[in-house]
Write a protein that binds this ligand. Structure first.
Ligand code: FAD
Length: 423
């Protein structure tokens, strides 16, 4: 069939954008939202391989956590007090922006606080010790002895822990969908980007059905980043997480979300009594270093054992659903943001290391500012990908004594080869 002049002009116009966001998860949809808020005249598209929230963002537990993937004392040791504080405040702002900027009822916002609970005496001691530093940093936390923790959430055997009064939960899928629809962007779902061609003026993108053009791109594809941007493959790897949902319990016994065993397990109860529980990855690390979205009997059994031993009243509840999702993990546990080496006006963001709901909305604002021309928006330095290459090139002297990152890879298991192409 032939294509008329008018049809061709329409096609070109409707596929050319100021900004193309690739990846419709919490990070991509938050970026589109903030671009819509700050610069409504921009033509923005969100291109998503599956459905909105089809990746980890629509599969997670919906904990809006504050802090990083480690506890606060560990962060102070790794990064120094100042950086640990700034990281905590970044996530706190994320939480506060979700509360103040959006209509929470659209995505199940519930902000009754959250528990971070110890799985053993060593962790209990660390959590207890971290309270004064957290308070000094302005974090609204109290330490609860083990007995109080267990009474609060109808559990048995949990250690003492921190109650964070600003803890919150959401329905993550509804949040992503809400952000996408409020953004005013063109939403192109079921469109996996298979090829990107960069040039000085932007990039052309191909999906099996479409050819799009973007003056600037935001690549927010989670663990899939290396497939679109091989030059930064060292900053992220794919790690799987698994969850389950039980049939509703008769009573509402877990009023606040519980995050325990250094984040190894997490559980929350929905208003209808359903229990969501996840984790167990720390007991199956090698098998869960994968990009395959599939549950395994071993991890599912670990989650069930956790539920049944700490919350024995759940033993009678049948499991109604099991699922998994793959997440981008960074080498040092912090998200990674940087300019696309092939086109520095474009940006990528990945490596949220199991905590994307704690960062994503605030990170979207940062990315929108960066796309708008701000080279180092507030917080950018905390996440800049250049920390990997700069660390490598910088002389070693002085770093530890300044209290900043003295080990780029605090957890050897989380180390991976670094990209040498980042700027
Ligand atoms: C089971 C589970 C429980 C979790 N629990 C929590 C929690 O309670 N709290 C918390 O903070 N975090 C949690 N996380 C982690 C959190 O979900 C992630 O950190 C976060 O969703 C990452 O968001 P993202 O937007 O970077 O990536 P994603 O949500 O993965 O979004 C990336 C999107 O890009 C799309 N994409 C990939 N390749 C292409 C392509 N070529 N073309 C177009 N689109 C593409 C994918 O389909 C995907 O939708 C959990 C994760 C899992 C799996």
């Amino acid at each position: 069939m032939t294509v008329s002049y008018w049809q061709q002009a329409h096609r070109e116009q409707s596929t050319a954008y100021d900004v193309v966001v690739v990846g419709g998860g919490i990070v991509g949809c938050s970026t589109a939202y903030w671009l819509g808020r700050s610069r409504p005249s921009l033509r923005v598209a969100v291109v998503e391989a599956r459905t909105l929230g089809g990746g980890a963002s629509g599969r997670n537990a919906g904990f809006v956590l504050q802090g990083t993937s480690a506890d606060y004392l560990t962060d102070v040791k790794r990064y120094g007090e100042r950086t640990a504080r700034r990281l905590w405040h970044f996530t706190r702002t994320n939480r506060d922006l979700l509360a103040s900027e959006l209509r929470g009822s659209a995505f199940g916002w519930k902000a009754d606080g959250g528990l971070q609970v110890a799985g053993d005496h060593e962790e209990e001691h660390r959590l207890q010790e971290s309270v004064s530093s957290l308070r000094a940093a302005g974090a609204p936390v109290v330490y609860l002895e083990s007995e109080k923790v267990n009474n609060r959430v109808s559990a048995t055997g949990l250690g003492g822990g921190i109650f964070v009064t600003t803890g919150a939960v959401v329905n993550p899928l509804e949040l992503v969908r809400y952000l996408a629809h409020e953004s005013g962007a063109d939403l192109r779902t079921h469109q996996p980007v298979t090829q990107i061609r960069w040039d000085r003026n932007g990039a052309s993108l191909r999906t099996p059905d479409l050819e799009l053009w973007g003056r600037q791109l935001v690549l927010s594809v989670g663990p899939a980043l290396p497939s679109l941007l091989p030059s930064v493959s060292g900053v992220v790897r794919s790690v799987r997480a698994q969850m389950l949902a039980t049939a509703p319990a008769d009573t509402s016994s877990i009023p606040v979300p519980v995050y325990s065993h250094e984040g190894g397990f997490y559980v929350r109860q929905l208003p209808d009594g359903t229990l969501l529980a996840g984790g167990g990855r720390h007991q199956h690390r090698a098998a869960e270093e994968t990009d395959t979205d599939r549950t395994t009997p071993a991890v599912q059994a670990t989650i069930e054992r956790y539920l049944h031993s700490y919350y024995p009243w759940t033993q009678s509840l049948p499991v109604r659903q099991r699922w998994s999702g793959t997440m981008g993990f960074s080498p040092d546990g912090r998200p990674v943001v940087g300019p696309v080496p092939e086109h520095p006006d474009s940006v990528f963001a990945t490596g949220f290391t199991g905590h994307g709901m704690g960062y994503g909305f605030r990170m979207g604002r940062l990315l929108a500012q960066r796309i708008g021309g701000s080279t180092r928006p507030d917080g950018y330095d905390l996440f800049a990908a250049s920390r990997f290459t700069e660390d490598k090139d910088r002389p070693r002297r002085g770093r530890a004594s300044r209290g900043e990152t003295s080990r780029t890879h605090p957890d050897p298991e989380e180390s991976k080869s670094q990209s040498s192409k980042l700027r």
